[in-house]
Design a protein around this ligand. Structure first.
Ligand SMILES: NC(=O)c1ccc[n+]([C@@H]2O[C@H](COP(=O)([O-])OP(=O)(O)OC[C@H]3O[C@@H](n4cnc5c(N)ncnc54)[C@H](OP(=O)(O)O)[C@@H]3O)[C@@H](O)[C@H]2O)c1
Length: 320
């Protein structure tokens, strides 16, 4: 299968930039619909990427975006929904469940057969978090179309890399506060590098063996959240006192933070951490070799600011 043009829905975000980069390297034309074209100026620098202002929830807009497309990648995802309806609120439903269904319908109508869809590790109907329940429903809709379309689902653990909102958020907090009260510090993760995630998305596009399959994307090492915060502090030269919050206080903290315009944490995020975000490696994408956190994170975290870069060097040399 030769790919000339890919529709990258949700391509204007953190993971999307990396996937777009990889597709560009292969000379593939990439169409990225976005609600905020002015926020995605960095993508315009990529030679074969075209960003368009579009409401992908509108079936007519989706239909026009499918024109001449060889494959679709769907990365749309949100972390917060203040609507606490069961099994998930309206925003999660629209982004994670209804949109994938609309994409499948538009693909059938346009005769586009290939879809690679982003889910999340531990997504399931009975997960404790609405985010994970809604991701499971979207994933089920996509895999349910496997008899007529060529679909693949990826389920990553938390993703790190330059521009992430995971370790970079800790770096900002550690820089600002001398003490960090942390909820869910014992939760375990297998963080995966965004460049490796992008590689898996691009490699599978033309790999027939991946049709109808769901793969986990997890890094090689397991860390607790507390270990990740402490490692971030070490890299930026801001070793801080990290205090484990008891559950009740952690949920209170998350409830307050969720009121911010761009919440760094919500009670639903904490509920998702009740499940370890780990893999036994049996469902990883075959032949795929993820890089370690230690091989990548120093390169971008230590460079947060020149001042912090030198603090990080001193810290690792045991001089601070
Ligand atoms: N980052 C992680 O650690 C992680 C871990 C596991 C799974 N995932 C999944 O990976 C995917 C990409 O994550 P990311 O970190 O790249 O997210 P991100 O940086 O927040 O980007 C989200 C993308 O989705 C689009 N989007 C958000 N809400 C939308 C809505 N209501 N309607 C239409 N488009 C919408 C945004 O487009 P606009 O330009 O229109 O805003 C943007 O392109 C998501 O599905 C996420 O759930 C991420």
């Amino acid at each position: 299968m030769e790919l000339k043009k890919v529709l990258l829905i949700g391509g204007s975000g953190f993971v999307g930039g990396w996937v777009a980069n990889r597709l560009t390297e292969r000379g593939i034309r990439v169409i990225i619909p976005t609600r905020h074209r002015d926020h995605s100026r960095q993508l315009i620098l990529l030679p074969t990427v075209y960003t368009v202002d579009a409401d992908v929830h509108d079936p007519q807009v989706l239909a026009s975006l499918m024109s001449g497309v060889d494959a679709v990648i769907n990365l749309v995802g949100i972390l917060h929904d203040r609507d606490s309806s069961q099994p998930y609120g309206k925003r999660f439903a629209a982004a994670h469940v209804e949109l994938p269904k609309k994409i499948l319908l538009a693909m059938r109508q346009a005769g586009v057969r290939r879809l690679v869809h982003m889910s999340a590790l531990r997504a399931s109907d009975d997960a404790p978090s609405a985010y994970l329940r809604s991701k499971a429903a979207g994933e089920a809709a996509v895999l349910g179309a496997a008899s007529e379309l060529e679909v693949t689902v990826f389920r990553p653990s938390v993703i790190f890399g330059p521009g992430d909102s995971f370790l970079n958020t800790f770096a900002t907090l550690l820089k600002l506060f001398p003490v960090l009260p942390l909820g869910g510090g014992a939760a375990r993760f297998q963080p995966v590098y965004v460049g490796d995630v992008a590689d898996a998305f691009c490699a599978c596009l033309t790999d027939r063996a991946t049709f109808g399959q769901a793969y986990e994307l997890c890094g090689p090492t397991v860390y607790t959240l507390r270990e990740l915060v402490e490692y971030t502090g070490e890299l930026i030269g801001k070793r801080r006192l990290v205090i484990d919050l008891p559950d009740a206080l952690a949920y209170l903290q998350a409830s307050l933070l969720s009121l911010l315009p761009k919440p760094p944490l919500s009670p639903d995020n904490l509920r998702s951490m009740q499940l370890d975000s780990l893999s036994d490696g049996r469902h990883n994408y075959p032949g795929w070799q993820p890089r370690s956190l230690e091989a990548v994170a120093p390169g971008y975290l230590s460079a947060v600011t020149p001042e912090l870069r030198f603090d990080g060097y001193r810290s690792r040399a045991g001089r601070k």
